[in-house]
Design a protein around this ligand. Structure first.
Ligand SMILES: Cc1cc2nc3c(=O)[nH]c(=O)nc-3n(C[C@H](O)[C@H](O)[C@H](O)COP(=O)(O)OP(=O)(O)OC[C@H]3O[C@@H](n4cnc5c(N)ncnc54)[C@H](O)[C@@H]3O)c2cc1C
Length: 389
């Protein structure tokens, strides 16, 4: 709402042939398109609605390397080496976005920001401490804060917390349009209002059938349609949840706690809060384990009030007047990792399914891997995110 419609793209008006078709025009598609723009291939992006207005517009735009599943638990699912590698890839993704933002003309706004995860209850303390030790062992820049230190630096009560140095923030909606702008300048096309109704796998690649009976012939297809992509995979790989967020009116103070870090907790589902532009405080969480595309405004009101109350209980010293509130869908996987790559039932097709609370860092990883798979380069990280894990 704050940024409005920054750019629009036409709908598809005739049958076309491209090397690579990308279905969906959110941040995952934009990053993939941007990576492919100079690969000597013709690439086109198709969205059923407007570019960037899916989950990307709902995102609270924080970049974290800590995925929704702690490292101590992830290692039980995928082994310590792959768990650490996943965390490190997410950390690299933050700095990749920083570099990418710097390289865009004009340079795109990006900030590094720390994040604090606090123990919601005393009983969570030993697990959080184990998480801290494991991350320290693998050279993540983390610091342990005890109760007094949290009170001093953050102004609220919690029994213990991990302060992580590596985090960032970027407006995913505006970045999506900036990337599409560079992509179009390289001679490629983005189409709005072009729903793909059917995917036909042919001898030469794929034929996509649009809602207005046009055909897109492509050698390769990238499915980057957010949580709606799940319908194209026969195996159940994720659950869809609803998540809620509210943002306050601007507040006069400029520094509310240590470096205005992102703050989140160990409880599941977790609540998080951060400072966003114009000195507004954004609070998110209170997830529901189901999703309906049309969540009733009364539900959003109720959830926003729960978020406000929970924040005010922690930080009564910060006056908070709610301004905007919204809901969004996000999918979560059993191990918190995304699904990236191909499946036998869909030849010549690559999925960029960056699910979970830090989907944007997963979108960066997906764009790198898919670029390599399409251009025939070996990618050593692809196996971690394979479908048959
Ligand atoms: C409230 C909320 C807060 C979040 N906060 C964060 C955060 O702080 N940090 C973070 O990293 N992540 C966050 N996320 C997650 C992040 O927003 C998503 O992971 C990311 O935006 C997914 O981008 P995407 O491009 O994969 O999907 P989307 O942005 O959903 O894009 C998919 C596009 O595909 C299109 N599409 C679907 N079906 C078709 C079809 N048949 N034909 C053509 N087009 C189709 C849709 O219209 C849509 O535009 C948050 C999510 C929510 C909901």
């Amino acid at each position: 709402m704050k940024n409005g419609i920054v750019n629009t793209y036409p709908s598809l008006k005739e049958n076309i042939k491209v090397d690579v078709a990308i279905m969906g025009a959110g941040i995952s598609a934009a990053l993939t398109a941007w990576h492919l723009r100079n690969a000597g291939l013709t690439v086109a992006v198709f969205d059923k609605n407007h570019a960037g207005l899916g989950s990307t517009a709902a995102s609270t735009a924080f970049l974290q390397y800590e995925i929704d599943i702690p490292l101590t638990k992830l290692k039980e699912y995928v082994g310590e080496a792959d768990a650490v590698k996943s965390y490190k890839l997410c950390r690299e993704a933050i700095y990749d976005i920083a570099d990418l933002c710097k390289s865009l003309k004009p340079a795109f706004d990006f900030h590094l920001k720390p994040s604090l995860q606090y123990a919601s209850f005393k009983t969570h303390l030993s697990d959080l401490k184990a998480e801290y030790e494991l991350r320290k062992k693998h050279n993540f820049k983390v610091q342990w804060l005890d109760e007094d230190e949290i009170q001093k630096q953050f102004g609220f009560n919690a029994p213990g917390a991990i302060l992580s140095k590596d985090g960032g923030e970027v407006d995913a909606y505006l970045l999506t349009h900036a990337l599409f702008n560079a992509f179009e300048h390289a001679g490629h096309k983005v189409y709005n209002n072009t729903p793909i109704k059917q995917i036909e796998h042919t001898k030469h690649g794929v034929t996509l059938h649009t809602a207005s009976n046009l055909k897109i012939n492509a050698k390769k297809l990238v499915i980057a349609s957010g949580y709606e992509s799940l319908q194209y995979v026969s195996k159940k790989i994720a659950d869809i949840n609803s998540t809620y967020a509210m943002v306050s009116e601007p507040i006069e103070d400029t520094t509310f706690w240590y470096q205005n870090s992102l703050v989140w907790e160990t409880a599941t589902p977790y609540m998080y809060f951060r400072v966003v532009s114009e000195n507004r405080i954004l609070i998110g969480g209170r997830d529901d384990p189901f999703h309906h595309p049309h969540i009733a405004p009364s539900t959003i009101d109720k959830k926003a009030e729960m978020l406000r109350k929970a924040f005010s209980k922690k930080m009564p010293q910060i006056p908070l007047a709610p301004d905007f509130k919204w809901a969004g869908a996000f999918a979560s996987t059993k191990d918190g990792l995304p699904y990236i790559g191909s499946i036998p039932e869909r030849p010549n097709t690559y999925f960029a399914l960056g699910f979970g609370g830090n989907g944007i860092t997963f979108s960066v990883i997906a764009a790198n891997i898919i670029h390599d798979l399409i251009t025939g380069k070996k990618n050593d990280n692809a196996a971690i995110f394979r479908f048959n894990r």
